[in-house]
Design a protein around this ligand. Structure first.
Ligand SMILES: C[S@@+](CC[C@H](N)C(=O)[O-])C[C@H]1O[C@@H](n2cnc3c(N)ncnc32)[C@H](O)[C@@H]1O
Length: 224
């Protein structure tokens, strides 16, 4: 029997509980302490990659683009966004939990090829929602995967992120032709309605968790 090893636990800010990092052979998992199921595993990340590939498809060959990735997790979406964009693209990754950034500087960082070390990457340590308050057109793509879908999971405060008011604010931070892409473990038609209410042109793609197999996940693509 291959043992699962606890590598560490870390606090989620603002009374959000704790995250736990475990390793079994070469596979890592991040879980919310006290909640059944994984927030993220390293074994299956095709849909996290697809979030970046679909959300940045319009940026192929585009110079000086700016992409916001929220949150870091195991860095797969960030790594795929680095791959999908040009060498002059700036990528900001917003991560709420300081410990997650530290874990990515250790052995966990190998999983996605250490995207934090890329010179195009900068880290915003804090709530991704803070970056939407400017309501200035800054980003060409926003890739959002902070919960398991468009409802709070990692932190209760995240529920506000998916409201029509917040989606309006997010929309205001996109440049012309900008795209908001949101990862979800399920398809939620009410989220499509909210995106439309906030003025987006909305489509969605169903993608598999692992190389064309496994659970079906949804990527919402909301365009200006
Ligand atoms: C499901 S994981 C992201 C997985 C990531 N797409 C990947 O490829 O590894 C969610 C991440 O978002 C972070 N997070 C949760 N709420 C956040 C928020 N409001 N702002 C920024 N990061 C947040 C979590 O700490 C966690 O690291």
């Amino acid at each position: 029997m291959i043992p699962t090893v606890l590598l560490g636990t870390t606090a989620i800010p603002n009374g959000g509980g704790e995250l736990r990092l475990t390793q079994r052979e070469n596979d890592f998992a991040i879980q919310l302490v006290g909640v059944t199921g994984d927030l993220m595993t390293s074994r299956m990340h095709s849909s996290e990659d697809a979030l970046a590939e679909l959300g940045c498809a319009h940026l192929r060959g585009v110079d000086k683009a700016k992409v916001l990735v929220g949150g870091l997790g195991m860095g797969f979406t960030l790594a795929a966004a680095l791959k999908a964009t040009t060498s002059s693209t700036e990528l900001v990754v917003a991560e709420l939990v300081p410990g997650v950034i530290e874990w990515n500087k250790g052995p966990l960082g190998e999983c996605a090829g250490r995207p934090l070390n890329d010179k195009r990457t900068t880290v915003h340590l804090g709530d991704v929602a803070e970056l939407f308050r400017t309501q200035q057109p800054i980003y060409d793509a926003i890739l959002l995967d902070v919960d398991n879908g468009p409802e709070a999971f990692t932190h209760d405060n995240n529920s506000a992120l998916y409201s029509v008011d917040s989606l309006h604010m997010i929309r205001a931070t996109l440049r012309p032709k900008g795209v908001l892409a949101v990862w979800s473990a399920w398809h939620d038609p009410s989220f499509t309605k909210k995106l439309k209410k906030a003025g987006f042109d909305v489509s969605y793609k169903t993608v598999r968790a692992h190389k064309g197999k496994g659970s079906k996940h949804t990527i919402y693509l909301a365009k200006l």
